[in-house]
Write a protein that binds this ligand. Sequence first.
Ligand SMILES: Nc1nc2c(ncn2[C@@H]2O[C@H](COP(=O)(O)OP(=O)(O)OP(=O)(O)O)[C@@H](O)[C@H]2O)c(=O)[nH]1
Ligand SMILES: O=C([O-])CC(=O)C(=O)O
Ligand SMILES: [Mn+2]
Length: 603
Amino acid sequence: MDSTAHGGTTHTELDAWVREVAALTRPDRVVWVTGSDEESGQINETLVASGTFTRLDDATKPNSFHAASDPEDVARVEDRTYICSVREEDAGHTNNWMAPEEMKATLTPLFDGAMAGRTMYVIPFVMGHLDAEQPMFGIEITDSAYVVASMRIMARIGDPVLARMEELQADYVKGLHSVGAPLAEGAQDVAWPCNTTKYIVHFPEERAIWSYGSGYGGNALLGKKCYALRIASAIARDEGWMAEHMLILKLTSPQGEVHYVAAAFPSACGKTNLAMLQTTLEGWTAETVGDDIAWMRFGEDGRLYAVNPEFGLFGVAPGTGWGTNPTAMHTVEQGNSIFTNVARTPDGDVWWEGMTDEAPAQLTDWLGNDWTPDSGRPAAHPNSRFCTPIEQVPTLAPEYADPRGVPISAILFGGRRKTTVPLVTQARDWQQGTFLGATLSSETTAAATGAVGVVRRDPMAMLPFIGYNAGDYLGHWLTLGKQHDESKMPQIFLVNWFRRDADGGFLWPGFGENTRVLKWVIDRIEGRVSATETPIGFQPDPADIDTTGLDMDEEQVAAALAFDAEEWRAEVPMIQEWFAKFGDSLPAQLSDELDTLSQRLDA
Ligand SMILES: Nc1nc2c(ncn2[C@@H]2O[C@H](COP(=O)(O)OP(=O)(O)OP(=O)(O)O)[C@@H](O)[C@H]2O)c(=O)[nH]1
Ligand SMILES: O=C([O-])CC(=O)C(=O)O
Ligand SMILES: [Mn+2]
């Protein structure tokens, strides 16, 4: 085998690592991914030939493909995800941990010969901008052509990145990925190779990722959760910045004021939707900067600037439709997209629940079976996803292209809670806002394997993504607040689009109507509107939520906004239980905040 058969590199350390991995995994050939259109066409053809991809009708979705995964490989596997820091206490109670040497001893035999019969692709990529002050390089080595096709959409990859890495002989994050399905000579491949044994492993000190056994997005596209959140959060702790699970939205008021808002909601809780908001109030415009990840650094002016390190969207398909998120529909209509685990129509298009009001009469479901509206089961998997270039988003803000990022005025924390959490609350200050983030709770979704609909604490929507000790992570938030001029820090808000009434209906219409909540947020920042103080923070008077053109009376708005002291008293022991898990690593300011909350509730 010739490791430089297609390319190679003058980056000597990288060259050595690629040879070392090839010697261990023993692929049939090594391909250096260039990122060219021609190469992309060949990869897509390879995937069609292997049955992984089905080409969609060119007239409706040009250069787009359907993929069906193995039915057991449909989501992130949190119980198989590890932070292998040198010291166990640096992984903390929220992460699985194993000593790095022990984990390597476990994984090395799995990777030994794992790529037999396959092509090993070397993907140079950069998270964020190639011309950033400190470009954040990575290399993903993978034996999955599906990963290559997806990484090309989700990150800036290929020759220009490699050239810059060579010029700088740059440091980079090492991402090693195998689906864990070596092919014996002459054996027939399957459409979605994977392994029942899965490991998603991070070595934060070494800045390395080893991912084995899964081809699914969050487990296999290593630039995204593994690098841009888990490894980057550990780098950010060391360097004084933040890597967060947040969308970035640009809002312009009728007065022409521009504000950038970041929002952390857990997986499948509305980031992509809010990032693509269609405003419902006259004079307000919303533009997209990012939909999943924000890297935030302090500027010389003391403000917090956010960059979206990604190049594409990997969005939840079900619930995305012409009624709820037309911006996303217009984005995928332009093609160049991959649709995984959605249903197919007889005329070569895709469909999922919520795309249209009425389901088509006849479909092929995500498992490949015939489906009709009477089938009594979903046609698309609840965590089916579209993967599409961000530059196709019609509402993309020009600032997306600015490596300096955008100054953040407000941070929203939100989750899915049927009860307790009001539509919107403003924190009193950074410390109390950090408390609201630290105690954020949400019902689990199909984005990760396991039970759906169970309330769990998900600090800053980062529970599965904090690459170090969660107590230290909360301490980092507090430290940044103390180190910087609080008057320039973003204001923090807690929101909940998912509160229900006694009959189970949503108390708030959500989606585009969330404009009305954002208007109140901006009015607060601009000092234009008063608020009522409750034990959890400042809340709007129902009359201050603009309902122009909305079919809701003041009583209904009040129900969505209501603060219920009884419900919050019931929340306190749950927060105590959550904080107890941190042991000594819990910052004292947060237990102080909890004491203050209970005292205010009892007053
Ligand atoms: N009721 C209601 N549902 C919403 C709202 N916004 C989003 N959703 C639903 O929430 C689901 C997931 O939303 P996304 O925006 O894709 O979630 P995300 O936070 O980007 O998720 P990840 O990509 O997993 O990190 C979809 O089914 C949406 O229809 C809202 O304002 N109200
Ligand atoms: O990682 C993924 O597969 C998709 C995602 O954004 C999440 O789960 O938060
Ligand atoms: Mn996400």
